[in-house]
Design a protein around this ligand. Structure first.
Ligand SMILES: [Zn+2]
Length: 251
């Protein structure tokens, strides 16, 4: 038998498994990650690529209006530029996490460069708020075998998501609102008539900044949240930080 007939499919399968472990948000191949909340009643709102002076202050006000707590995954170089905004975010009850110093695709970096990217952002956050970040999210969701361990070395747990609506895309507001519909659909199924809130809840990944430059326009993300926050609240959802999302003690 031609050995290629055996070798080629095996290699293809291994390649597919590695691709899955690299990019799929709920894959655990390259280390354990947090991908959902521990109750169908808890929705974890997360915002990447800030702090962003053009959007984050308005987002903090909007979240306050609905008593919503969220988690912000910050880019180190922006943290150094506006540490006061990070301090205010934490002072208003939110959590912050590491999203690397320069937002590279970590998939292509060697272990040393991965460690440097994580360490610089870790130090920037600690310098701004006086405490190290507990959470880490890889840019573009990309992991290789040394990304999750590098975060763990810094005492940070890696956080992925259940829903990534793509709010960075240049699309109309209606499109983004429709992309957020699955949260309401799941809440209705879990919490509606006869629902007992068993099971897990969503981790939603949105963006209050842009990784290419500061002051990115994310006003559509704000507008979509203006639409959904009251509706999600009326369905019985609670808006929690990642710390609250995985905390098993009674609320
Ligand atoms: Zn990002």
């Amino acid at each position: 038998m031609n050995p290629l007939l055996i070798a080629v499919p095996t290699a293809l399968t291994a390649g597919a498994v590695v691709a899955y472990g690299t990019a799929h948000p709920r894959a655990q191949l390259f280390g354990r990650t947090i991908c959902s909340t521990n109750s169908a009643r808890k929705l974890a709102l997360t915002f990447d690529d800030g702090p962003n002076p053009a959007i984050t202050p308005k987002l903090l006000d909007l979240l306050d209006r609905y008593k919503a707590k969220a988690t912000f995954f910050l880019i180190g170089r922006y943290v150094r530029e506006c540490p006061e905004l990070v301090q205010e975010t934490v002072a208003r009850g939110h959590e912050v996490g590491n999203h690397t110093e320069l937002h590279p695709n970590l998939l292509w970096l060697n272990p040393t460069k991965v460690r440097v990217e994580l360490r610089l952002c870790h130090d920037a956050i600690r310098g701004a708020i006086g405490a190290p970040p507990k959470w880490f999210r890889p840019p573009f969701g990309m992991r290789n075998p040394w990304v999750v361990p590098a975060a763990r070395e810094l005492g940070s747990c890696t956080v992925m998501w259940t829903l990534l609506p793509g709010d960075w895309q240049e699309r109309p507001l209606d499109w983004l609102i429709a992309r957020l519909q699955p949260i309401a659909d799941r809440a209705k199924r879990a919490l509606g008539n006869g629902g007992n809130s068993a099971g897990t809840g969503d981790v939603l990944c949105l963006h209050d900044g842009g990784h290419r430059e500061m002051n990115a326009d994310r006003s559509r993300t704000l507008a979509a949240l203006e639409y959904w926050l009251p509706r999600w609240r009326d369905l019985g959802l609670e808006f929690v930080t990642i710390g609250e999302a995985v905390n098993t003690t009674a609320p």
